[in-house]
Design a protein around this ligand. Structure first.
Ligand SMILES: [Ca+2]
Length: 275
């Protein structure tokens, strides 16, 4: 959060851009920006804008995150899901971020990602399980599943990011923009491309074998996937300011997904943010 007067505006825009581009920036070009509410003590929002150019291979811009929201109204069913149409390339690293809400049973529960390739049905899986005594993420990364424990979600809107590095051998969980936990996956290997990516149900065969106990319930908002590990600063900015790096592999735009069962798309005009 920044306080400033209008005469400082240009300098602030540049300083924010540099913070995103630390280490790689050699030149940058300004496009557009909006700065609002410059009253002392007010909030400043930078909406877009600077292209960072490093060695010629890095070019990431930062702008408001794409908006999408879907509701999974029913628990205990094996029919409601979202299938991603975007082709999935081979992946050594990745990050998923999404807002989640509690389901009809008052708990956050279900499958946030199920990626199957060939006969490797749990090539990449993120499944949140909520029992009476424990709550945990179960993750698969081309290896036996591991658990990452997470506090019970009590509020009705929480931002989650999960990043992974097959080369580094770990997966990290962020809750509401803050690092929460890291889990070792020393036996992990890169994900093969060309598989089937489903949100809301867990595949135990290719595009099938769904288990109603693993169905996602509640609402997901701004589900986004990057094919790299986002930095902790980038994740904080997504959660707190709705500012996203542009190199998104896929989001759940309506034209990029196939909806099944009772999943409904809900129009959204404003991005949620962690206060
Ligand atoms: Ca299963």
């Amino acid at each position: 959060m920044l306080n400033m007067n209008s005469s400082m505006m240009a300098k602030i825009v540049c300083s924010i851009s540099i913070s995103y581009c630390t280490m790689i920036i050699t030149t940058f070009a300004q496009s557009t920006s909006n700065v609002v509410n410059l009253a002392p003590g007010g909030r400043v929002r930078i909406e877009t804008h600077l292209t960072c150019e490093g060695d010629g291979s890095d070019s990431i811009t930062y702008s408001q995150c794409p908006l999408n929201r879907y509701r999974f109204p029913d628990n205990m069913q094996a029919t409601s899901m979202i299938r991603v149409k975007t082709p999935i390339p081979p992946l050594e690293n990745g990050t998923i971020c999404t807002w989640v809400t509690l389901g009809a049973n008052g708990m956050f529960q279900g499958t946030l990602a199920s990626y199957s390739v060939g006969t490797n049905y749990n090539s990449f899986t993120i499944l949140y399980e909520s029992y009476d005594t424990e709550r945990r993420f179960r993750m698969f990364l081309n290896s036996p599943g591991r658990f990452v424990y997470m506090p019970l979600l009590k509020k009705n809107l929480t931002h989650l990011c999960v990043s992974f590095s097959a080369a580094g051998g770990y997966s990290s969980l962020y809750v509401d923009g803050k690092f929460h936990n890291k889990r070792n996956f020393s036996d992990a290997t890169a994900l093969q491309g060309g598989g089937i990516y489903i949100v809301g149900q867990d595949q135990d065969t290719l595009a099938g074998g769904f288990d109603q106990h693993q169905a996602l319930t509640g609402t997901i908002t701004n589900y986004l996937f990057w094919k790299r590990e986002l930095t902790s600063q980038e994740i904080e900015d997504i959660a707190k300011q709705c500012i996203c790096p542009s190199d998104i592999l896929f989001t759940l735009d309506h034209e990029d997904v196939i909806l099944s069962g009772n999943v409904t798309a809900i129009p959204i005009k404003q991005c949620p943010t962690v206060p």
